[in-house]
Design a protein around this ligand. Structure first.
Ligand SMILES: [Zn+2]
Length: 142
């Protein structure tokens, strides 16, 4: 029996190849959390795995009702938290994905915004000399 490093408990082996294939086929190779289509590309296919809705480490059963097709990203996001059921897990994963996406988007755009705020002259190409240093909001209000 392998040792689960997160909980230091002995856990039941993950699903076998055949069991995994059966779950993936049942779920049409689509991530049951985000809907990623594992058949759409080789990269997507590599990302598909089978998730224990209730983790094995938390006495989740190796029962088909406790197993869903899941991409590795969702699996990582879902983590080791315990959920009462699949719907609760899905709601958490989707909300967390949205949070991460917003964080990623703002991280992507923040450096540009900071440059514009700290060094207004670099952003003056499209603005007239009189509004250099103003935010777009104050331009609109003027
Ligand atoms: Zn997913």
């Amino acid at each position: 029996m392998p040792l689960d490093l997160a909980t230091l408990t002995l856990v039941e082996r993950p699903v076998t190849k055949e069991e995994g294939k059966r779950i993936l086929e049942r779920d049409a190779y689509c991530c049951q959390y985000c809907g990623l289509d594992g058949m759409a590309s080789f990269e997507n296919a590599l990302n598909m795995s089978v998730d224990f809705v209730v983790p094995r480490a938390r006495k989740g059963k190796k029962d088909e009702r406790n197993l869903v097709a899941c991409c590795r990203s969702c699996n990582l996001i879902k983590g080791t938290r315990v959920y009462r059921n699949f719907d609760e897990a899905k709601a958490y994963v989707l909300a967390r994905r949205e949070e991460l996406r917003k964080g990623w988007e703002s991280a992507k755009t923040t450096p540009t915004k900071q440059v514009a705020a700290k060094a207004p002259k670099s952003a003056s190409k499209t603005a007239s000399a009189s509004v250099v240093g103003s935010s777009p909001l104050s331009i609109r209000n003027a």
